[in-house]
Design a protein around this ligand. Sequence first.
Ligand code: GLY
Ligand code: MN
Ligand code: MN
Length: 488
Amino acid sequence: MAEELTPETPEETETEEQAIKQRKNGLYPGVSDELAENMKSGWADTELTGLAPIAQADKTAARRAALSARFPGERLVIPAGNLKTRSNDTEYAFRASTEYAYLTGDQTQDGVLVLEPTADGHEATIYLLPRSNRENGEFWLDGQGELWVGRRHSLAEAEQLLGVPAKDVRELAEALKEATGPVRAVRGHDAGIEAALTDKVTAERDEELRIFLSEARLVKDAFEIAELEKACASTARGFEDVVKVLDKAEATSERYIEGTFFLRARVEGNDIGYGSIAAAGPHACTLHWVRNDGPVRSGDLLLLDAGVETTELYTADITRTLPINGRYSDIQRKIYDAVYEAQEAGIAAVKPGASYRDFHDAAQRVLAEKLVEWGLVEGPVERVLELGLQRRWTLHGTGHMLGMDVHDCAAARTEKYVNTTLEPGMCLTVEPGLYFQADDLTVPEEYRGIGVRIEDDILVTEDGNRNLSEALPRRAEEVEAWMAALKG
Ligand code: GLY
Ligand code: MN
Ligand code: MN
């Protein structure tokens, strides 16, 4: 950042004491009294009134009501989190904590939702940074002043939008220190709030709060399902963008693919929901290949695992494995078709009343059968499955819950997640894969360096399931036709 793009700093500091005093007054040395006075006034009143509540206001209220019912008589503290330093005075892009955004619909840094216990439930208050003070110079001299970072909502505006009373967050830590009675907080987002609560909370009780909020998100409401649909639609467009520029990626690297998808994510959504995996050739066998700095070569496969996160923070998680030159080779096609068949079996096992484990078992069985049929592992299939021998090449679980986090509901207890029965409104990925490492001497050479995964986002419905990512073709010949049409 250039020198002239930082708040004015002292040219000459007479004494450190003087500098500190001036900073406390909101003024830095080097600012004349005349300028300071001038900057206080002459600004229009831009307060907004009559604002309509955000689209999910009734849903966030229902989510808070469920939380209130679970922890009667306790003060509950849910922070959005703070900016994190990237280097020196630059920060990572802010992303509000899932718990805070889920309960408020707000995404403001430093925000904190507090549920105060009352005789018949809880009263919610959202604590936010108010608009910058113009009297003390904060507005133009503080690095987080609105002149630098943009206008914030006033507390009154936030109340109208979110349907929750709003107060100044700078008063919260002191108030929490003085508060009496049981408290629980969501940890890991706001060190200042946690410090204010150290002698009031316990790790075990806070974990119960985290678990509740994870399990509450297992079944998605109508707003959330619509967001996941949007995330999938944007992601499908991002995949199309990538196919259209594969020749440019061939001339540069996997970064061209990552960057192309990112453009779609930023224009239509908030961000990517997780680091995009743009893995060409043997990189497809590295499960979390996010370096994306390798070559893109005709004749190889491209495994692209990427998801747009919507402006309301719901993410898709989709993988397609595409022939870079538009046609699968025979061996690529053989492996691809096996993974497709496994995915079909997995998707068919997603329905209300089924066990969560069924889709994984169904997909693994198909893959084990193929590996035995190809002579890569000695049968029978039951023996392979029992000993898990297929896992040398299947590597990972077949899916996970999806929502605001790509691996959503991660704190849910085993009996509510892995050992649960599927219900309408749950959304999960089905993503089998086969990966033959380039240095795997146990398979014939033609397999080596080929990795295939197909991943879709599946909503459990009343009568089965709906593939939210079905806009992207999966069957090999349909993928080839789709690519040909896009490349024109
Ligand atoms: N992209 C991470 C996953 O598929 O789980
Ligand atoms: Mn996934
Ligand atoms: Mn994925």
